[in-house]
Design a protein around this ligand. Structure first.
Ligand code: CA
Length: 235
């Protein structure tokens, strides 16, 4: 993962254990010991995920979660609450605040990592450096290797990101705007037709093995990456 996880936890041994475990599993982390520090750390480039303790000096984590989930930019950052409370009432409070998941203390490193990966996989799977495979097409985000039926494919950086996004979001239609947000980023200004240009290049690159049909043009809607054959639409 290229970004980082913000760990907001006031108890030093727990915080250190978490950052150690994250590092061991290939995640970068940034630490904060209270609400004030956490807020200072939630700036661009934003964390990919926040591990947020419930009971913090200077305020409750759930209150911060609520604030973040209402912020224009911060609302997209997934939050996992760390809590000693297993009460149903508290869980409801947290869910109302919009948090993505819970880990109840004490937790094992294995459980923590599994929860983090599950949330990231749901929210932004391209962040996980996991190899993806789709009908003979293989992509390795770490080495940037793409193969079709074991044959190497040469892709430009944008086509690579586009393909990675498609392979982790199959069988769904995405508008050009959605593709721009997800592949180019929300702060980048590019015209819609730029998407078409890169789609064409990607199609061409994967056409060698007859895989160009995976990228389907959905009239008036956008594009879909699908393993199901549809009637061929020319674009
Ligand atoms: Ca605490």
């Amino acid at each position: 993962m290229s970004g980082y996880i913000l760990v907001v936890e006031d108890e030093t041994p727990i915080r250190e254990m978490i950052t150690f475990v994250l590092e061991q599993n290939g995640f970068n982390s940034v630490e904060a010991i209270d609400i004030k520090e956490a807020k200072e750390r939630i700036v661009e480039p934003y964390p990919d995920l926040i591990l947020l303790d419930w009971m913090l000096p200077g305020g409750s984590g759930v209150k911060l979660a609520k604030e973040l989930k209402q912020g224009e930019y911060s609302r997209n950052i997934p939050i996992i609450m760390l809590t000693a409370r297993a009460d149903e009432d508290d869980k409801v409070k947290g869910l109302d605040a919009g948090v993505d998941d819970y880990v109840t203390k004490p937790f094992s490193p294995k459980e923590l990592i599994a929860r983090i990966k599950a949330v990231i996989r749901r929210v932004s799977p391209t962040l996980l450096a996991e190899k993806v495979e789709f009908h003979g097409l293989k992509l390795d985000p770490v080495s940037h290797h793409v193969t079709i039926n074991e044959e190497a494919l040469d892709l430009g950086p944008t086509e690579f990101r586009l393909l990675h996004f498609f392979m982790t979001h199959t069988e769904r239609v995405y508008s050009r705007e959605q593709l721009l947000d997800n592949v180019w980023g929300t702060n980048v200004y590019v015209e819609d037709r730029t998407v078409d240009v890169h789609i064409r290049r990607l199609r061409k690159a994967i056409s060698g093995a007859g895989h160009e049909d995976f990228i389907q043009t959905v009239r008036g809607a956008g594009y879909r990456f699908s393993g199901k054959t549809v009637q061929k639409s020319k674009n």
